[in-house]
Design a protein around this ligand. Sequence first.
Ligand code: H2U
Length: 354
Amino acid sequence: MSNQNKQSDSPFNPEDHSHRRYNPLSGEWVLVSPHRSKRPWLGQEETPAPLQTISHDPKCYLCSGNTRINGALNPAYGHTFVFTNDFAAVEQQKRVSDGINHALLTHTPVAGTSRVICFSPDHSKTLPQLPKESIEKVIECWQNQLNELSQEWSWVQLFENKGAVMGCSNPHPHGQIWATDTLPTEAIKADTNLKAYYEEHKRNLLLDYAELELELQTRVVEQNEHWLVVVPYWACWPFEILLLPLQPVKHLNQLDRAQTTSLAAIMKSSLTRYDNLFNCSFPYSMGWHGQAFTDESQQHWQLHAHFYPPLLRSASVKKHMVGYEMMAEPQRDITPEQAAERLRSCSTVHYSEQ
Ligand code: H2U
């Protein structure tokens, strides 16, 4: 067990040698092991699940005109439909703590609201399968929700769990909104790091990052006039992507018409690439991070969306964030540059239409 830290004669090459990458948004590190992508695979291989085919399921709680679990009736909606989650994670009512706090047993009351957004009446069409105009309706719905909820709550988290493997409880394409009176952990991390960068450089971290990625082009999956999709340098999940506006934007409800239309276009093509990667409805958790709705200055903020998909090698072979990831820090084999190349090579025509 000697020579543990032996210096190698060959120069360091991030495409071949183990290294750690820093995530300036979260302040955390990821271990990258590119040499391991060459090892033989001994994991599971399964047949992918078939796509949904029926556009209205009489048993679905989210389909138009159906009755939900608690007996409420969904209207015959034409585009999107939003309702308050029948099993909301946060209560509307603000409560005062009893004050029984201990340094080791700390709590704080949270108030807020949870809503569900049905993306369209079509039970069988996930976001990449919807026409661009319908994706634009989803974005407009997000914008309207932000306009309304920002009047009352400091943080509005828009997100989607796609696929049963991500804990999605209903196949009808939908997302969620949880709005709270306090900033959650991920929001605090992003806020702190964006602010620190702004204070040090008097520049916006994510605008600088977008500029750098556009220049390098090694991790870019796709770009248009207003948006950029990259596998970030610090990605943890094999095919993680970061969706960034190219102009300063604090949140989705500040987009103009042209930015909204081109967001629908880039979402459709990028998410189609995802589905085409392993010929399956690609699961992920995605969410938007934008400014907090507080009185504090938000000049350091820049809107962005994270997509965290678990798949690694096929429609069923996923990455597990276990062991070293749980006990030490996230680790990946395939590099973000290789992942971006794989996604770039995927068609933007959905495999179900080819
Ligand atoms: P997920 O698939 O990401 O779990 O979101 C679906 C949400 O829909 C879930 O939080 C809610 C669940 O509580 N729901 C209702 O509010 N009413 C229903 O009748 C079915 C599901």
